[in-house]
Design a protein around this ligand. Structure first.
Ligand SMILES: Nc1ncnc2c1ncn2[C@@H]1O[C@H](COP(=O)(O)OP(=O)(O)OP(=O)(O)O)[C@@H](O)[C@H]1O
Ligand SMILES: O=C(O)C1=C[C@@H](O)[C@@H](O)[C@H](O)C1
Ligand SMILES: [Mg+2]
Length: 178
């Protein structure tokens, strides 16, 4: 079974957008943990946070992530907080290669500020919250196998190409066609 390629990073970094582009190019199945959680719960992420709280969401996230990773061969886009749990990092390391989409605050803010779909940003100062999350999570994201800079000026295609180059440089076998 081929190793999964697992995208991690902040909300708005492009895990979903770049992940689906990589899956299309590599002709591999795509899985997005946020989408899988919403499907299983038949609720949106803001609804899950509002009704059951973040801890409940994190438990479902770990379950979904394990299930998807066990399938293998996938491009897996995670939610922004998934990488913060040590057990999730261990599962990802056992079943795939981790790719951090490293995106700056201004670009992230530009992308997420008009979207009400990220419950963690429903604060009095969402830009400040985003900045704090970047500061808290940055050192942990940096534990990923591979770092790919994802800047505002780059198109989805350019960032996807940069990710492919970085994965190939890390281990060419990961991109081999069956
Ligand atoms: N170069 C780019 N790379 C990635 N996304 C881009 C780019 N340019 C524009 N976008 C847009 O920015 C948004 C990125 O959000 P996306 O949902 O992919 O982020 P995410 O990392 O999956 O966030 P979350 O953790 O909240 O799921 C999308 O609407 C995407 O179309
Ligand atoms: O960064 C985060 O903690 C989150 C990011 C999103 O992908 C969702 O998983 C949820 O909104 C939490
Ligand atoms: Mg996403």
């Amino acid at each position: 079974m081929r190793r999964n390629i697992v995208l991690i990073g902040m909300m708005g970094a492009g895990k979903t957008a770049i992940g689906s582009e990589l899956a299309r190019r590599l002709r591999r199945p795509f899985a997005d943990t946020d989408t899988e959680i919403e499907r299983a719960a038949a609720m949106t992420i803001p609804e899950i946070f509002a009704r059951d709280g973040e801890e409940f969401f994190r438990a479902r996230e770990s379950e979904v992530l394990s299930r998807v990773l066990a399938l293998g061969d996938r491009i897996v886009s995670t939610g922004g907080g998934a990488w913060m749990r040590p057990e999730n990092r261990s599962h990802i390391a056992e079943n795939g290669v981790s790719v951090w989409l490293d995106c700056d605050l201004d670009t992230l803010w530009h992308r997420v500020r008009h979207r009400p779909t990220r419950p963690l940003l429903q604060t009095a100062d969402p830009r400040g919250t985003l900045q704090r999350l970047i500061a808290e999570r940055g050192p942990v994201y940096a534990l990923a196998d591979i770092r790919v800079p994802a800047q505002r000026g780059d198109s989805i295609e350019e960032t996807a190409s940069r990710a492919m180059d970085a994965i190939r440089a890390h281990d060419p076998k990961i991109l081999e066609v069956k």
